[in-house]
Design a protein around this ligand. Structure first.
Ligand code: B12
Length: 649
């Protein structure tokens, strides 16, 4: 069998020791894949590379009895009137917390499944305010058991995992209220980085005394450095909620190992720091690179070895005197077929926490269980959607790989991790490649489960959906965005509501869970169109086309067609000054004055109910009357629109 990586293709260079780090916070159930990709690639080129997930380490360190005891001390120092409900409940039950926190983590790591019975009986965990959410389901149909509707009589493991998740959420609230208001399990101090045109707020936070969370992260960073003794550290920041911690980690490294070369890269940088001009960033990082890391890193290592000048670095910012300089020596990227197979080696796969939030079956896939993450192709084959960052390399540079190579990678990853679940992290996996992949998986009898994002385009016939399901597809998500043919055309989405109905129904009939990304607040979207879009969504749920959906508020970014040519979409951009740091979201005005924030509350409430099979008969305009407290016209969409679209297939 052909192997994509030839690990140890040449002897590792002793002098280069690279450590790739995931900073807090990303997610707790499975590692974010960037360090796995970069480590796999560097090893395939004979470079000694290691990786650690400091997001997981931080949370496991914080949730220990000694740290909880410290948090309790800090909480007691607060005047009683300043203690939140969560903090008061935590202090009341402190001895129980100190006793159960370790067993709960072991249970969520999958190590002690029999504990489920005690947790599910609701006598084991101290219950803080987060458990009040259970009372929303009054249990009147289920003998007074508020979770029976979700887990039935037998789902003890899931029920216990849900309760344990509520328990951890209570503890996160306490950490936030007492030790660090910026802390969350999936993001940390996000607002300091997201579309922050000025570096000032981040600089001030980095100069401020450490919180308990910062100090715990410093200890974890120090331990990782002592363990691996790297001379190059790669910090990967996929989202704004990882940026502050990356700077804190760099701060620690600069202090204790100042000769270490520190490089910053990742999805956040690729999206928001393209116009970086802030020299203070280089008090923390030596280099900041854009887009895929493979080629820039090879060029950087050559430079560090004295074989290349700084001017010939690839897509790399550095500081010269007080100026930020961007070097972009034109060199082709490493082809997708030659980037190697990601490796999870070094990441403690058995220590991740499988959390179970109930809200939505797709969110469950995101936060529950280990998923090997793989890309089917580089970039997006469609790259036309006017709300999307289509001008950026990770969308615009489309490159596919053969099905044989993908299945080689899949088999290699399964052999390494022992796990057969895959999340394909493409923006929109190409249907042709998915078909070929499915055929190759079936031909080799390689049994995996997989899910990912795609476009609900008409290529997905019932036959193709069945083929994908046979190859292991368990769920798909796709953008229906604003369910309105006028707005779908304006977005250049390339689908219609009727087509989406047929495709999603085909997936559902093949036994694949379907999640729809839904949008509101797109330029020129009127109240009537919002009401109509909810009616389409209602019908899609009612007709069994989709099982899950979530409404996101549209934001305009500077890299999207709307941000680039606002006049084509009937909007004017609000003035914004760039002060050298991040640039992404941008305010706009479409002159219609629709209160999208209020409409969003109605849409979320409706979608939440639909997902639980509730209120599917309620006339949709009533959801909007609830939030606007004024008359709202009925939908103009025929009540059988989706049923007829399905009949026409
Ligand atoms: C799949 C995906 C998700 C999934 C899974 C996320 C996960 N935790 O695994 C879901 C749907 C859950 C998700 C959620 C979110 N996502 Co998302 N997601 C993606 C997507 C499509 C792919 C990510 C991926 O796995 N790529 C594969 C890896 C290998 O690529 P990579 O991380 O970019 O790494 C490469 C380079 O960046 C570079 N690199 C990376 N690190 C480093 C470090 C160094 C030193 C160097 C030199 C190079 C380097 O080299 C790598 C290999 O080439 C990207 C867009 C994209 N196409 O990349 C958006 C993207 C990362 N997401 C984004 C956002 C905003 C989010 C959310 C915050 C959205 C929200 N508001 O809730 C959440 C955060 C969730 C969380 N806390 O985990 C943004 C981030 C941009 C920004 N503004 O910072 C992106 C870029 C999309 C976008 N333009 O909006 N996401």
């Amino acid at each position: 069998m052909k192997r994509a990586t030839a690990s140890g293709a040449s002897a590792p260079r002793a002098e280069r020791r690279v450590l790739a780090l995931i900073p807090p916070m990303t997610q707790l159930n499975t590692p974010y894949p960037s360090t796995a990709y970069l480590t796999g690639f560097l090893r395939s080129r004979g470079i000694a590379a290691l990786q650690e997930d400091l997001a997981l380490t931080l949370v496991l360190d914080l949730l220990t009895a000694p740290h909880l005891a410290t948090i309790a001390e800090q909480a007691r120092a607060l005047p009683k009137r300043r203690r939140s409900e969560s903090v008061a409940a935590f202090l009341d039950a402190l001895p129980k917390h100190l006793a159960v926190v370790a067993p709960v983590l072991r249970f969520l790591q999958g190590d002690d499944p029999t504990l489920a019975h005690r947790i599910a009986a609701r006598t084991f965990l101290p219950e803080g305010p987060r458990f009040a959410a259970l009372e929303r389901f009054d249990g009147s149909d289920s003998g007074g058991d508020p979770l029976a509707w979700a887990f039935g009589a037998l789902g003890v493991q899931d029920r216990a995992r849900h309760l344990a998740t509520l328990y951890l959420n209570d503890l996160a609230d306490v950490i936030r209220d007492v030790a660090d208001p910026r802390f969350e399990f999936v993001r940390y101090a996000e607002s300091l980085a997201a579309s922050q045109s000025s570096f000032e707020p981040l600089a001030a936070a980095l100069a401020a005394p450490e919180t308990l969370v910062d100090a715990t992260l410093r200890a974890a960073t120090t331990a990782a450095l002592a363990r691996h003794r790297p001379n190059v550290v790669l910090l990967s920041v996929p989202f704004p909620g990882t940026v502050y911690a990356a700077f804190r980690i760099a701060q620690t490294i600069k202090k204790i190992a100042p000769k270490t070369v520190i490089v910053l890269g990742g999805g956040y940088v690729n999206t928001e720091l393209r116009e970086l001009a802030e020299p203070r960033v280089f008090d923390f990082f030596d280099y900041v690179t854009l887009d895929d890391g493979e080629r820039p890193l090879l060029a950087l290592f050559e430079h560090l070895d004295g074989g290349r000048t700084r001017e010939r670095l690839v897509r790399t910012f550095h500081r010269q005197g007080d100026a930020v300089v961007y070097a972009n020596h034109a060199e082709p990227d490493v082809p997708f077929s030659e980037t190697g197979t990601p490796t999870w080696d070094g990441l403690p796969l058995g220590r991740y926490l499988s959390l179970l939030d109930l809200l939505n079956p797709m969110h469950r896939l995101w936060s529950d269980g280990h998923w090997n993450k793989l890309t089917v192709a580089h970039g997006c084959y469609w790259k036309k959607c006017s709300f999307c960052d289509v001008t950026l390399d990770y969308i615009s540079r489309y490159e596919a790989a053969s099905a044989e190579l993908l299945v080689d990678r899949i088999e290699q990853v399964v052999a390494e991790t022992g796990q057969t679940g895959f999340h394909f992290v493409d923006e929109a996996a190409p249907p042709k490649a998915l078909k070929a992949l499915a055929q190759e998986l079936l031909r080799r009898e390689t049994r995996i489960s997989w899910w990912g994002n795609l476009r609900f385009e008409k290529t997905y016939t019932p036959e193709l959906c069945r083929l994908l399901a046979d190859s292991g597809c368990i769920a798909v998500s796709g953008g229906l965005e604003v369910a309105s043919d006028r707005l779908l055309a304006l977005m250049k989405k390339g689908v219609t509501v009727a087509q989406v109905a047929r495709v999603t129904r085909a997936f559902s009939e093949a036994g694949v869970l379907v999640h729809a990304y839904l949008m509101y607040g797109f330029p020129t979207q009127s109240l009537a169109e919002t009401v109509d879009s909810l009616e389409y969504v209602r019908q899609l749920f009612a007709e069994g086309c989709i099982q899950s959906g979530y409404f996101h508020r549209y934001t305009c970014t500077v890299h999207s067609p709307v941000g680039r040519a606002p006049q084509d979409y009937g909007v004017t951009l609000l003035p914004a000054s760039h002060q050298g740091f991040a640039r992404n979201d941008i305010g706009f005005d479409d002159g219609l004055g629709v209160d999208h924030a209020a409409l969003g509350r109605a849409l979320s409430a409706a979608a939440y109910n639909y997902m639980h099979g509730v209120a599917l008969d309620r006339p949709v305009h009533e959801w909007f009357v609830d939030v606007l407290e004024t008359r709202v016209s009925r939908t103009r969409v025929p009540r059988d629109y989706v049923a007829r679209a399905l009949g026409a297939s």
